[in-house]
Design a protein around this ligand. Structure first.
Ligand SMILES: Nc1nc2c(ncn2[C@@H]2O[C@H](COP(=O)(O)OP(=O)(O)O)[C@@H](O)[C@H]2O)c(=O)[nH]1
Ligand SMILES: [Mg+2]
Length: 317
């Protein structure tokens, strides 16, 4: 357990860009450390400075390769970049992310790059609460851009959109095509679309299909008026199209006026607070007293003496 003075020191060192302090703070977030409240309080005034970019798409589509190429592109224009690889399904940091770590090695000695992975299973508020807190750590460390990549599994693909100022949806020809993306509900969340593996057959038809589906499917989803999600073709493994992709991300960031950005961030903070509050309430049910009360109410519902809505009111009352 980190002592209060240690936490102060850690945050100060993270602000100086010390990678070890950044890593330690993210571990505190991940492990749901008792020191987390103090960490959160110290980080609150330091947050909100970075452009948070989420990358989502089916496994294998090229998210990690694209992320790594984007890091290089942002570094070339002098930005400090952080990468947060999030695995919402695994209790371990590592596993599926291990390969990504190897891939990110080329950036390992650059003091302007922070790369962290985190697992969120077991965190009190799940991805919705753990990731924003980790993002604040990276902002405190001076990141101008935070790239958030999730291991794409179902709901997390959509959830990552809730974490970002700008969301990139990646597709590749012949896999995770536009129709599948539509089914997964990820067409609505893209601010920028990336057809990666454009060295393969079918990239143009995937882009065309995507353009049609976007035009059809996005009415009334709260797009800032006038923003037409661009479709960028890339070959991430050969670093082709990456500057255009970065340009599209920058354009979206510029397009989001202060008001638009604040609105997105308020939604994100609301989801974070809600996730934490629900987790606290749920945690309350596991006390022996509450568990006993719940069991007794369940008995009354089964016996037809009480309806479940009234039972829920009593449990919360
Ligand atoms: N042909 C081709 N392969 C690519 C491209 N981008 C990535 N890959 C390869 O696709 C595989 C999966 O990439 P990865 O970035 O790990 O995908 P992720 O699961 O979405 O993070 C790797 O073997 C990459 O080298 C590309 O533009 N063209
Ligand atoms: Mg990956």
């Amino acid at each position: 357990v980190a002592r209060a003075a240690d936490v102060d020191d850690l945050v100060a060192r993270a602000q100086n860009g010390e990678p070890r302090a950044v890593a330690r703070l993210i571990s505190l977030v991940e492990d749901e450390s008792p020191a987390l409240r103090q960490v959160a309080a110290l980080l609150a005034p330091l947050a909100g400075k970075a452009h948070v970019v989420g990358l989502t798409g089916a496994p294998g589509v090229g998210k990690s390769t694209t992320t790594s190429a984007l890091v290089t592109a942002y570094r070339a224009v002098g930005r400090r970049v952080a990468v947060l690889a999030v695995d919402p399904s695994s209790p371990f940091t590592g596993g599926a992310l291990l390969g990504d770590r190897v891939r990110m090695q080329e950036h390992a000695t650059d003091p302007g790059v922070f790369i962290r992975s985190m697992a969120t299973r077991g965190h009190l508020g799940g991805l919705a609460a753990a990731a924003p807190q980790a993002i604040r750590v990276l902002e405190a460390a001076g990141a101008d851009v935070v790239l958030v990549e999730t291991v794409g599994v179902g709901q997390s693909e959509v959830e990552v959109a809730g974490l970002a100022d700008t969301t990139v949806v990646l597709l590749a020809p012949g896999m995770g095509d536009a129709i599948q993306a539509a089914k997964a509900g990820i067409l609505e969340i893209g601010d920028v679309f990336c057809v990666n593996k454009a060295d393969r057959d079918g990239a143009d038809s995937t882009a065309r299909e995507l353009r049609n589906m976007i035009a059809l499917g996005r009415e009334g989803n709260g797009d800032p008026a006038g923003w037409k999600p661009p479709i960028v073709k890339t070959v991430a493994s050969k670093v082709e199209g990456i500057d255009q992709l970065m340009g599209a991300l920058e354009s979206h960031r510029e397009f989001l006026t202060a008001d638009g950005l604040t609105a997105r961030r308020r939604k994100r903070a609301a989801a974070e607070i809600e996730a934490l509050a629900i987790a606290v309430i749920r945690g309350g049910f596991t006390t022996p007293h509450r568990a006993g009360q719940l069991d007794e109410l369940a008995g009354q519902v089964v016996a037809g003496q009480l309806d479940p809505y009234s039972a829920a009111d009593r449990l919360l009352g």
